[in-house]
Design a protein around this ligand. Sequence first.
Ligand code: ZN
Length: 284
Amino acid sequence: MTEFVAGFLHLESQELVEYLLRETGHQQRGQIHPRDLLDYLRLQYLRFDFMTELPKEARDTFVGTTPRAMISFHDRLVATDVSLNESRTRFSVLHEVAHYILPQHQHTLYVCDKKGMSFGTHLQFEQEANRVAADLLFLGDRFDQESSSRPISALTVRTLAFQFGASFEATARRIAERSYRDCMLVCFSNTSNAILESPSNLQWTVHYCIPSASFANRYFQKLTSGRVPEDVCSALCVDGRDLERSETIEVTISVRMEVQPVRFHAEFFYNQYNVFCFLTPVEA
Ligand SMILES: [Zn+2]
């Protein structure tokens, strides 16, 4: 006999997502119904106040963290904290479903906190669960079909966020991540500590960047520094201003491969927490 050793196919998370969406009738639906996934997987669901209703031993482990959701494999139970708004609750349920279906995540109990469920988490299992949750939320590649036929803009973020029942931030990220066009989403967060300061007086500096694959290839991976111009801030950062009422300016950025700085459209928009910007090249 030879020394050849056979490898066996293991299920990719994308296949799991597609299977679950198909089996729960989501091919004919415009939005994910987390309840149907829970029923299909025979998982119970509860929503309650983690800080008062969980046993004290469990609460004592939460020092310094903000738990949002949990899954107990043994009890076949998913729970979310009562403080979460609707879109966070949906995403949190999908995140716990992801822990349940990912084969390497079969542990007894997960308690997932705000940090782990944020996009910037460094924990591998949390990253994987977030990715699968986003794939479920945006119905696999259905989002890409919707997004690719529209302009890359704040209005598209708003339209698709409502269509898919997702947050503005998750939708804006998905547009940039999956686009075949040249675009980058830049998120600016407020770096001053003045909580009582009006948003237009705050300093908004680069928090993270999501380039599309072609943008990263052609221009750059991220902005190492940058802030929202003052006049854009004062127009944009107004309580209650609708997201799609954006401000677009032209900026020039030096790009390694080019002799001249490259001109980009910078469309800024505000979701009442952070300022975002879509960078797209100005076509010559
Ligand atoms: Zn988790």
